[in-house]
Design a protein around this ligand. Structure first.
Ligand code: NAD
Length: 294
């Protein structure tokens, strides 16, 4: 069993650290927020006074932080103090450039590192059913895999440094676009007098079929577990979708890729957030789509 430092014990990091404890690891955590530390402590995570204290004697360091700037600042602070061969894992969703920069920083100190963003949300974090998308060397991936398997059901090696983040933002760009597409179809169906169930029954078994329709339907009824049945409580908040769409557009610009629908999806979620709905589930975008009708 490993000695693991876990930095960032929020909505995702807290339950992920708890699952590492359940798997028998010694986990020492740190967060800036007292309530997050208290909740992790109740789950058996040892709480350190600082990130630097948490990484003392760690075989593995996991970070689960809001954005690239937080990851770079924490990695910069702790890397000079971690032991030789300590495995550095970042599970946050961040921009590809910052992820590659973080890997470079680890490499300067000869430390193996992996970017390993997740999909599956807070439910997946609690239930240890996350999917991990990993970027880094074969050796670093082999070392990270058994640790990640304690927190998820699927661990995919996507390629070299930054490839996990690349896979994550490409996937979420599809998701943002497809949710708007499904919402537009329901909004049009409503205007044409089509019932939600009739459109669902046809599209879910036809060529319009996709996850945004069959697992996360943006209208109440056809998929009982979708947030539409719970007043669009997240789930996956629209603000987080906007964050991922912004990351995809930054990456597209830097790499010279054309993503016109990704750019449009970003502007639609941006307007939704500016109207005060960042905390609503991202499938609530259907209300915004309906509101665009003249
Ligand atoms: P969160 O805001 O609940 O947690 C982030 C935690 O990091 C907070 O508790 C914050 O206090 C802590 N933190 C920030 N700076 C710190 C520092 N310098 N030292 C120590 N702790 C620090 O966010 P979350 O929902 O847990 O998301 C974490 C990451 O996972 C994000 O990158 C997010 O995009 C990604 N993600 C979230 C979801 C989701 O459904 N919530 C799903 C997939 C991926």
């Amino acid at each position: 069993m490993a000695n693991i430092a876990f930095i960032g014990l929020g909505n995702m990091g807290g339950p992920m650290a708890a699952n590492l404890v359940k798997a028998g690891h010694k986990v020492t955590g740190f967060d800036l927020v007292q309530a997050s530390k208290d909740a992790a402590k109740a789950d058996g995570v040892g709480i350190a006074a600082s990130a630097l204290d948490a990484v003392k004697g760690a075989d593995v360091v996991v970070t689960m932080l809001p954005a690239g700037k937080h990851v770079l600042s924490v990695w910069k602070e702790i890397i000079p103090s971690v032991g030789k061969n300590t495995l550095m894992i970042d599970c946050s969703t961040i921009d590809v450039e910052s992820a590659r920069f973080a890997h470079g920083h680890a490499l300067e100190h000869n430390l193996p590192s992996i970017d390993a963003p997740v999909s599956g949300g807070t439910g997946g974090a609690k239930g240890a059913t996350l999917t991990f998308m990993c970027g880094g060397s074969d050796a670093a991936f082999a070392a990270a895999r058994p640790i990640l398997e304690n927190m998820g059901k699927k661990v995919v090696h996507c390629g070299e440094a930054g490839a996990g983040q690349a896979a994550k933002i490409c996937n979420n760009m599809i998701l943002g676009i497809s949710m708007i597409g499904v919402s537009e179809a329901f909004a049009l169906g409503e205007k044409l007098g089509l019932s939600h169930q009739a459109l669902f029954d046809v599209a879910s078994t036809s060529s319009g079929q996709c996850w945004s329709l069959t697992s996360y339907c943006p209208v109440p009824g056809p998929v009982p577990a979708s947030p539409a049945n719970n007043d669009y409580k997240p789930g996956f908040a629209a603000a987080l979708m906007l964050k991922d769409l912004r990351l995809s557009q930054e990456a597209a610009k830097a790499a010279g890729a054309a993503t016109p629908l990704g750019a449009h999806a970003e502007s639609i979620y941006d307007a939704f957030e500016k109207a005060g709905h960042g905390g609503v589930d991202f499938s609530g975008i259907i209300k915004h789509v309906r509101g665009l009708a003249k």
